[in-house]
Design a protein around this ligand. Sequence first.
Ligand code: NAP
Length: 289
Amino acid sequence: MEINGRTRTCGLFGNPVEHTMSPAIHHFLAEKTGQNLAYLPWCVPQGALPDAVKGALAMDFLGVNVTVPYKNDVIPLLSEVDELAARIGAVNTLVRVGSGFKGYNTDMPGLYRAMRSDGVTFEGEKFLILGAGGAARAVAMMLAEKSVKEIRILNRSFSKAADVAGEINGYLGRELVLPMELSAWRELPAGERFTVIQATNVGMYPKVEDAVIEEPGFYEKVKIGYDLIYNPMETKFMKLVRQSGGEAFHGFKMLLYQGILAFELWTGEKISEELAGLTYAHLLQEMKK
Ligand code: NAP
């Protein structure tokens, strides 16, 4: 990568940012598409987000990714918010428009593209979401728009599952989403198998021996298990799914595609599936370092 007077700057605002894989995604894509672009991670201290956004504008950044804990806090600092991001209530990508930034959410379309590329089908399928935090809420919103047959949200705190379900059902004007307590999985209809999206923090490095539901009986109900976690690349949840004969996937492709979508927004380049595959292989190599 050559940095010169025409290099455009992109970056990541979050805290912490030390373990991000995003520079590897964007520098690989920039090299392959001939874009003169540098991507840097910025650890933004608590309370400094407004200054960071102003600074990025003043220094003519091409675009910014935003990660935990700022995906909601950044919204009032933007000049425009894309309709999907507004509905999800979380922004992870800022694109320069005139004198301000427009906020997008590429996490959810990224997850959709990742699941499609892994062969997951949506129309008429029954989904379970484990968790009711920011990611689970966005997943539920994404599924609600994909003609799925049913969505159940299972969460340790029932009230949060009920809030997310109420909000999405209100938006849809029908009862598609059913909230349940996590421990109520035994009440799931007998003989049915679901596509399950694991959207809790449980099982993330370093607590790799944990799964949000441990009982083997639950996994007999899982046709496909999609864990949003990608560190480790095989979570305990995924192992339990496979042991019961289901297919299991990790969240690394979601990370890849949210980056690809951000890159497309910033540069106007369309990334082919072939280049997406090469980028994925490159990231896997980088992960091993
Ligand atoms: P969050 O808002 O903090 O929500 C965490 C969820 O996990 C809540 O539903 C919480 O339940 C549940 N939970 C936490 N500890 C638990 C435990 N010991 N037992 C049962 N449930 C527990 O987090 P988030 O932003 O939604 O992120 C969730 C996961 O998605 C993380 O692992 C994150 O890495 C992953 N993610 C991946 C990508 C990607 O690109 N692959 C992108 C975004 C997020 P309560 O409500 O009961 O507390």
